[in-house]
Ligand binder design. Structure first.
Ligand SMILES: C[S@@+](CC[C@H](N)C(=O)[O-])C[C@H]1O[C@@H](n2cnc3c(N)ncnc32)[C@H](O)[C@@H]1O
Length: 290
């Protein structure tokens, strides 16, 4: 009987800062196990933005599919993370559409216009808060992650909303998840100033203004949200991964603090934006077709 030879793609060598252009899951499978110390990332929100590129996450027809896809990606992230590493995961929430089938174009933010809006998920009602961050956190816990902290990112400059029947949403969650019970966390370097002016251990509510990055049609990280994550969970020279790199803010913070980064981003326009911010030569971007 003739045996077919299966050729598996070679794993990438991770020995200097790198940007990959392509699909996260696909690229992650080629990153060597236990090669990064920390992951800081913000996946696309569900049903909010159409980035206009094949393979993008966030347009799944059901919430269940969206969560399952992210769990599969973060399972690969777990393999790639060192045993004492930390994942910092920011994910936004939203409301059910109330069965409106579209979102009108937003002049200030063209990426918010969508041709389809997901139906109200089974079991939820119009106007229900989706609760995506906690649904994802529990799913990741079920998949073996240790959920160590739910940090409330309070946004003092949050955008006003026109709603009159509930408080304006002005926070997001940043989950701290680990691969093991014991891990590297340097609490000394991320102390904060208490009301009496003295330094104290960092609390779980962080007041950080949002910051738009010119040209990006999506929510970019404010660098001061990423800084404490990188500083507390890495030493100089440790690799930091962002599998949804966008405009490359994680890379910018890494460059400042002398940590090499691994960025993965599907959209070529955003890869170009990140490369320019990080002064990466185009020859040093690795493009991987799906
Ligand atoms: C919320 S944005 C990340 C923004 C980033 N934190 C920053 O500071 O610029 C999410 C990013 O995920 C990218 N993305 C969507 N689906 C993807 C996929 N399958 N693989 C890799 N990136 C993807 C989008 O293009 C978008 O840039």
């Amino acid at each position: 009987m003739k045996r077919e030879k299966i050729i598996r793609p070679k794993p990438f060598k991770i020995d200097s800062p790198v940007i990959f252009e392509g699909d996260s899951l696909h690229i992650l499978t080629r990153i060597p196990s236990e090669s990064v110390q920390c992951v800081v990332t913000s996946p696309p929100y569900w049903g909010l933005r159409d980035y206009g590129v094949v393979g993008q996450i966030g347009l799944e027809t059901s919430l269940h599919q969206f969560i399952n896809k992210l769990v599969a990606i973060f399972s690969e992230v777990k393999r790639v993370l060192k045993p004492d590493g930390i994942l910092w995961l920011n994910i936004g929430d939203g409301y059910t559409s109330g069965n409106r089938g579209y979102r009108a174009p937003d002049k200030k933010n063209p990426a918010r216009a969508m041709s389809i809006r997901p139906d109200t998920p089974e079991g939820l009602k119009p106007k229900d808060l989706l609760g995506i961050p906690w649904r994802l956190a529990f799913a990741l816990q079920d998949d073996g992650w240790y959920l160590r902290s739910d940090i409330v990112w309070n946004k003092p400059n949050a955008m006003p909303e026109s709603v009159k029947d509930r408080p304006i949403r002005s926070h997001e969650y940043l989950f701290m998840l680990t691969k093991s019970e014991k891990y590297y966390y340097n609490h000394e370097v991320v102390k904060e100033q208490g009301a009496n002016g003295k330094l104290r251990s960092r609390r779980s509510v962080w007041d950080i203004n949002t910051q738009a990055f010119p040209g990006a049609h999506f929510a970019t990280f404010p660098p001061s949200l990423i800084e404490p994550c990188v500083l507390a969970s890495t030493r100089q020279g440790d690799f930091v991964l962002d599998p949804f790199f966008g405009s490359g803010t994680v890379g910018v913070v890494c460059q400042i603090h002398d940590r090499p980064y691994v960025g993965i981003e599907l959209h070529s326009e955003y890869v170009a934006m990140a490369a320019e911010r990080l002064r990466v030569l185009h020859d040093n971007i690795i493009r991987i077709a799906i």
